[in-house]
Design a protein around this ligand. Structure first.
Ligand code: S5P
Length: 278
């Protein structure tokens, strides 16, 4: 597709959604396509990892959270996170993976303990309920300028999100371009599942891809890893999501985390340059 060869900056005008524009502009400015996934259970560790990575290199584009795994959560954490995102110029992606009817997800997104829509620029949803889930989430997120990704594919061994399920997810997104800005997927989705009469040649979706690791092939629970080059150059994904590859499983040494982030950032950007200059 044409988006595969374009620079991130030149793709800003392909989107009307303000979060999509912000993401592409930030990528171009920071020269980064790295999203750091911080799956830790202590609020202080979460803040420490962001502080470890962000100030030294300021290349990180996203921090992806699972806010519901934090044991010592209170809303002051959100205020601290917002302060950090302004200070270091990055975007939050709460990896909530909504999966219910429209009315329920609207409440889960706006309310409860976490009030995700109030602080997270981007979130994601499983397409399994059909268009209802986009209706519900967009009723909350669209007025706030938020963006949504659909999980069109997953990185795990034996994932059921394949074939016609993936195609239907892309069709759902195509009908809601104002709010659905792309996918969690393993490859580019431009034109997927479109009919012959439809012209999708200029279509553009952001592809965020998890399951990235340079040192491991997977974990003991079905996760599968590939390299930044395979994802960005080989499969046309736009943003790599890296968790344990950066913050590790035991060591929380600041310089180790920062060095690993730098390594993934450099690999991801080199793969993108190879792609657009190929
Ligand atoms: O298909 C998926 C979708 C997601 S969002 N596979 C995934 O691994 N994820 C998330 O990406 C997962 O919830 C985790 O937060 C992150 C991968 O973490 P890592 O430590 O394996 O890099």
């Amino acid at each position: 597709s044409s988006a595969y060869k374009k620079t991130y900056g030149n793709r800003v005008s392909n989107f009307s959604n303000p979060t999509a524009k912000l993401i592409l502009e930030t990528m171009e400015r920071k020269k980064s396509n790295l999203a750091v996934s911080v799956d830790v259970t202590d609020a202080n560790d979460l803040l420490a990892i962001i502080e470890a990575v962000a100030p030294y290199h300021s290349h990180e584009l996203f921090f992806k959270t699972h806010i519901d795994i934090i044991q010592n959560f209170d809303f002051s954490l959100i205020e601290k996170l917002q302060h950090l995102s302004q200070k270091y110029d990055f975007v939050y992606f709460e990896d909530r993976k909504f999966a219910d009817i429209g009315n329920t997800v609207a409440l889960q997104y706006s309310s409860g303990v976490y009030k995700i829509a109030s602080w997270s620029h981007l979130t994601n949803a499983h397409p399994v309920p059909g268009l209802s889930i986009i209706k519900g989430l967009s009723s909350v997120g669209l007025p706030l300028g938020r963006g949504l990704l659909l999980l069109a594919e997953m990185s795990t061994k034996g994932s059921l999100a394949v074939g016609t399920y993936t195609e239907e997810a892309v069709r759902m997104a195509r009908q809601n371009r104002d709010f659905v800005i792309g996918f969690i997927a393993q490859k580019r989705m431009d034109g997927v599942g479109s009919s012959e009469e439809e012209d999708t040649s200029d279509e553009d979706f952001l592809i965020l891809t998890p399951g990235i690791g340079l040192d491991a092939k997977g974990d003991s629970m079905g996760q599968q890893y590939r390299t930044p080059r395979e994802a960005i150059f080989g499969s046309g994904c736009d943003i790599i999501i890296v968790g344990r590859g950066i913050y590790g499983t035991d060591s929380k040494a600041v310089d180790t985390i920062a060095a690993q982030a730098e390594r993934y950032m450099a690999e991801g950007w080199a793969a993108y340059l190879a792609r657009i200059n190929n």
